[in-house]
Ligand binder design. Structure first.
Ligand code: V3L
Length: 86
């Protein structure tokens, strides 16, 4: 975003940046003060808990990933939505 922040989810030894559309949606929910939201990501509905800052698939909650809102240049990202983009 204009302020240099974006949204990230946890991978192995690092953070993946959310795809642009999802990142914008998350920012909107965050700014509106919503405690959580449900978003369609790569064909699956994810519950994104903005209070505890975790995400999981709605119909398979075994894998919980931490999420964060951070400065893009400080986040040390692995890539964007699973694509290794430096
Ligand atoms: N955006 C895109 N793909 C996601 C997201 C998301 N927010 N959340 C989960 N997936 P789970 P390393 C990740 C993918 O949590 O090597 C990365 O993007 C997730 O992809 O059970 O472990 C990489 O592509 C996984 O493939 O819903 O850091 C990949 O893992 C699948 O959904 C490997 O990354 C199931 O995750």
């Amino acid at each position: 975003f204009d302020d240099g922040y974006s949204w990230f989810y946890e991978g192995v030894n690092g953070w993946w940046q959310y795809d642009d559309r999802t990142s914008k949606e998350l920012e909107g929910h965050h700014k509106a003060g919503h405690p959580s939201c449900e978003l369609l990501i790569a064909g699956y509905v994810y519950i994104i808990d903005l209070t505890n800052m975790v995400q999981c698939r709605r119909n398979d909650r075994t894998r919980k990933r931490r999420i964060k809102r951070d400065l893009v240049n400080l986040a040390g990202r692995k890539g964007v939505a699973g694509l290794k983009i430096p």
